[in-house]
Ligand binder design. Structure first.
Ligand code: MN
Length: 136
C-alpha cells in the first residue's frame, strides 16, 4: 500500500468504457474496475462502442483488438480522427499470443496496451496514469 496516498474514491471515480466481445474477459475487467471504484460501461462490438463513446464521453476506453466486424484498431482510428473523441485515452487489450499487436495498436492511435489475460494485481495501477491524465 502507498502510505502517502489518501485517495478519495468518490472524487477519483472515472467512467471507463470496455469494448470487449469475450464475456469472461469482460467480467474480469468489470470486476477489477468496480473494485477500483470506477463506473463501467460496456460494449461487445466496435460500432456500439463508438456510439457509446459519442453519447457518454467516457474518461478512458479499454479496447479489445479482436472484435467481430470492425476490429479494435479500426475503431481506435475512427475515435482518434474525430475532434470530439480523440482526447479520450484508448488502451488496447491485446492477446499475449498476438505478437506485433503492440506496434499495430500504437500505429492505430492507441495510447497504451495491456496484454490479456490481465494481471488483476497490477491492472488498476497501470490504468491510473491514463485516468489521471483524462480531462474532467
Ligand atoms: Mn475479442
Amino acid at each position: 500500500m502507498n502510505r502517502s496516498s489518501k485517495r478519495d474514491r468518490s472524487s477519483s471515480a472515472k467512467t471507463v468504457l470496455v469494448i470487449e466481445d469475450n464475456p469472461v474477459n469482460m467480467k474480469l475487467v468489470r470486476t477489477v474496475l468496480q473494485i477500483g471504484g470506477h463506473q463501467v460501461i460496456e460494449a461487445m462490438d466496435a460500432e456500439t462502442g463508438i456510439q457509446m463513446t459519442n453519447e457518454l464521453m467516457p474518461d478512458l476506453i479499454l479496447m479489445d483488438i479482436q472484435l467481430p466486424g470492425m476490429d479494435g484498431l479500426e475503431a481506435t482510428r475512427v475515435l482518434k480522427k474525430s475532434d470530439d473523441t480523440r482526447h479520450i485515452p484508448v488502451v488496447a487489450l491485446t492477446s499475449y499470443a498476438m505478437h506485433g499487436d503492440e506496434k499495430k495498436a500504437q500505429e492505430a492511435g492507441c495510447d497504451g496496451y495491456i496484454c490479456k489475460p490481465i494481471d488483476t494485481r497490477t491492472f488498476l495501477g497501470v490504468l491510473e496514469k491514463f485516468l489521471s491524465s483524462a480531462a474532467d
